[in-house]
Write a protein that binds this ligand. Structure first.
Ligand code: ZN
Length: 82
C-alpha cells in the first residue's frame, strides 16, 4: 500500500490514484484535473479551506495546522528547509 506524498492519505484502491494510475505517488485529491500533482501553493490553499470548513477554525489557525501537517509530508519537506 502506498501513502500519498502530498497529503498522507493511504491509497488502497485504484480509484484513489489520479486517473487510476497506480504508479503515481500522490492521490486523486492532490492531483489537478490533468493528472499532474498540485503545487505547494495549490495544496496549501486547498488544505486551509478544508480545515476551516471541516473543523471550524479561522484562517490563521487553519494555516498553522496546514503548515504543521505539510511539514511532515515528503512532497513538501523542501519548502520548510533553511
Ligand atoms: Zn494526497
Amino acid at each position: 500500500m502506498k501513502i500519498c506524498i502530498a497529503c498522507g492519505m493511504p491509497m488502497e484502491k485504484v480509484s484513489d490514484f489520479p486517473g487510476g494510475d497506480e504508479t503515481k505517488d500522490y492521490c486523486i485529491y492532490c492531483a489537478r484535473p490533468d493528472g499532474t500533482m498540485q503545487s505547494f501553493e495549490e495544496k496549501k490553499v486547498g488544505m486551509v479551506e478544508f480545515t476551516m470548513k471541516s473543523q471550524g477554525f479561522n484562517e490563521s489557525a487553519a494555516l498553522k495546522i496546514t503548515l504543521t501537517s505539510m511539514k511532515k509530508l515528503p512532497a513538501w519537506k523542501c519548502y520548510f528547509q533553511g
